[in-house]
Design a protein around this ligand. Sequence first.
Ligand code: SF4
Length: 246
Amino acid sequence: MRSASASPRPVSCPTSVRLGGFVPLSTVDWPDQLVATVFLRGCPWDCLYCHNPHLLRADAEGDDDAPSWPEVLEFLRSRVGLLDGVVFTGGEPTAQAALRYALRDVRDVGFAVGLHTAGPLPGRLAEVLPLVDWVGFDVKAPSDEYERVTRVAGSGRRARESLRTLVASGVDFECRTTVHPDLLSLDDLARMADELESQGVHRWVLQRYRPDGVRQGLAAGRDFDASDEGRAFVAALQGRFELVVR
Ligand code: SF4
């Protein structure tokens, strides 16, 4: 990564986003797209299975390897025609007020924008959606059971409002749910299916829990689709959603 001082154009935001990491090439963060992935710091929630717990505090020290935003922009300018887009993930990208400036910067360079969010800040999501081409939306639990996963009161109401805003926006999206058997039962998943269907969700990705990078506290557990009952449950969902299990 070259020096920020070599950037030919200043960053458009007076307060730049705080990065926790940058992946210059990813094939997995946006389906069928070749992207660079920007990890932003901060998240108001505290899921036990978070894969990036070191990013949850926006003000934490110690990301010496993370590039600055001007360095990322300079790299992106060198990849025009080679990448399809840029995905913002985290942490929770909407936790940073400067996100909208970063999204505009990326669009100005000429890339499509993908956003990973769990929807803890519905107002901020509504603000940035006009700048976004695709959203990967994390759905944690039935809306009245969110606290079990996020460990923050009122999180289900916020997530539900965010999903409603996302669906109404017309922006392309998929919902994703990480299924840990101690946190979500098949009954919970059935309730979530009803909620998502009623909200107009068509594509739902069920992700088996993987312990890589998470904090201590959750046993690995048995995959939700390892039993006959689980497999039958997944088969029954296939007719209701464009369903992916991974
Ligand atoms: S919402 Fe996402 S980033 Fe925030 S704690 Fe949960 S898994 Fe981690």
